[in-house]
Ligand binder design. Structure first.
Ligand SMILES: [Zn+2]
Length: 151
């Protein structure tokens, strides 16, 4: 079944926005998420909208949903991708601000909000690479919450 990349997930994001990968664009073109994955991407988009509302401007998805093939390609390239990555079920994305945004402040805000009402399960801040990994919980594959800073 063909995937409708124009399908709207949230105010600013369509499905296609999460079917991308800056390192492996050709592999990302082949992505065909199932219904459960699309639902997860919807929850992820809603969470990212909260972040965008707090830190306005354009946020680009560097890597969103990954099938096993794409995730393995990332792993083989030495990128930070784990075998049980939340990217594999559409529950995580690496996002990069296009404007002048203090990513450390974003990371701190996300970490604080996660203690109350923001449905964030993972936030990994890569200050040198200039992006943040944001993940929502995957009820079907429980993992520990993690909030950390990497190089
Ligand atoms: Zn990530």
């Amino acid at each position: 079944m063909a995937v409708d990349r124009a399908q709207k997930l949230s105010e600013h994001y369509a499905l296609g926005d999460f079917l991308v990968d800056v390192t492996f664009p050709a592999l990302a073109k082949e992505l065909a998420p199932d219904e459960a994955t699309i639902k997860n991407l919807g929850r992820l988009a809603d969470t990212i909208e909260r972040l965008v509302a707090e830190f306005p401007g354009e946020w680009k998805v560097l890597s969103g949903y990954r099938d096993v093939k794409l995730n393995e390609a990332c792993r083989n390239a030495g990128l930070p991708a784990s075998v049980d990555s939340l990217h594999l079920t559409g529950c995580a994305a690496d996002i990069e601000p296009q404007g002048d945004v203090d990513l450390e402040a974003v990371f701190e805000w996300v970490t604080e909000q996660a203690k109350t009402d923001l449905a964030v399960h993972e936030a990994v801040f890569y200050p040198l690479k200039g992006f943040i990994h944001i993940g929502v919980e995957d009820e079907r594959r429980p993992t520990a919450k993690r909030f950390l800073m990497r190089t």
